[in-house]
Design a protein around this ligand. Structure first.
Ligand code: DO4
Ligand code: MG
Length: 300
């Protein structure tokens, strides 16, 4: 069972559910956060609330591909975990030009994971909206990551796809530049759907594929599986919420396991597709952040 948000002709933003049979039902609540509140109020899970609501409802006539999808949730904050896959540690050691005993080696083995603030609601975008690239970086990549959607108390309610856009030369120059290597206009995309946690068998066995197209031609492709993750999702969440108040619907990206060749950097006009089994495909074109006009809203 997957939750989506889409724009209707009237410009109204509609929350909906996609069932396993790919039928789409509009939901009464306006946002995923409201769904969490509703479930809490009735002491039920989000999927129970939905099942009861759609029991006697008609599905909409459109197919998923016909809808203008938005980020399935506008999280107040998106956090991210880092160096949770071996591939990420190795790539970061290369970009920082260090061979042994680096900060990356240490954090990969440490009890405490790396957790950083990745995005705020204003900077967050959804499917088909351009992700930004920085003008002051010559080495930029998408980071395809499984994202957890969590409740204020840390319960994992669902899984979506996240793109942790990153500047490898800025981070490689000095790890203290991490916020600049990670956060700028349209540097984080999530979507296209939230797969509800109690409707999936094994979140540690999900195939991930990242495809990058330039002028319509596939120029980079990588594959991985969430089984390669060094830590558990609950472990990451437990550190996120240590003495840190989060609100319902906070998103936590779980780290990247696909890194394009070191010679690769994104260019304006490229198109990024991140596919995660059972969730869908998160597609975003790439635009220079300076060409995304000031005040341009999410899901323009
Ligand atoms: O250490 C810097 C960031 C790591 C990261 O974003 C990742 O591993 O995905
Ligand atoms: Mg990352």
């Amino acid at each position: 069972m997957r939750i989506i948000r889409f724009k209707k002709e009237s410009n109204v933003e509609q929350l909906a559910v996609v069932t396993n049979g790919n039928n789409i039902f509009e939901l009464k609540v306006d946002s995923f956060q409201d769904l969490i509140t509703e479930a809490e109020k009735h002491n039920k899970s989000c999927s129970q609330i939905i099942e009861e609501e759609i029991m006697n409802k008609q599905s909409i006539p459109q197919e998923l591909s016909e809808l203008e999808l938005l980020a399935p949730i506008v999280s107040d904050e998106v956090w991210a975990a880092g160096v949770t896959y071996l591939k990420s540690k190795e790539a970061r050691n290369r970009e920082a030009k260090v061979q042994t005993n680096s900060f990356y080696d240490k954090v990969y083995d440490a009890e405490r994971p790396e957790i950083f603030l990745k995005s705020t609601a204003r900077r967050l975008i959804g499917p088909d909206t351009p992700v930004g690239i920085r003008a002051d970086s010559n080495w930029q990549i998408p980071e395809p990551e499984l994202a957890l959607v969590v409740k204020a108390d840390g319960e994992i309610l669902g899984y979506t796809i996240g793109n942790d856009m990153s500047s490898r030369d800025i981070e490689g120059e000095n790890p203290l530049y991490l916020p600049q290597a990670k956060m700028w206009k349209h540097s984080c995309s999530i979507g296209p759907a939230i797969l509800l946690a109690d409707t999936i068998d094994d979140p540690y066995n999900l195939e991930i594929e990242c495809r990058i197209y330039r002028k319509g031609i596939l120029i980079s492709k990588g594959n991985a599986n969430t089984s390669m993750l060094k830590r558990s999702y609950n472990e990451l969440v437990s550190y996120l919420i240590k003495d840190n108040d989060i609100v319902d619907g906070t998103t936590l990206l779980t780290g990247t396991c696909i890194i394009p060749d070191d010679s690769f950097t994104l260019e304006e006009g490229d198109v990024i597709e991140i596919e995660i089994e059972s969730i869908g495909v998160l597609r975003n074109p790439v635009k220079l952040a300076s060409n995304i006009f000031k005040g341009e809203l999410i899901n323009e």
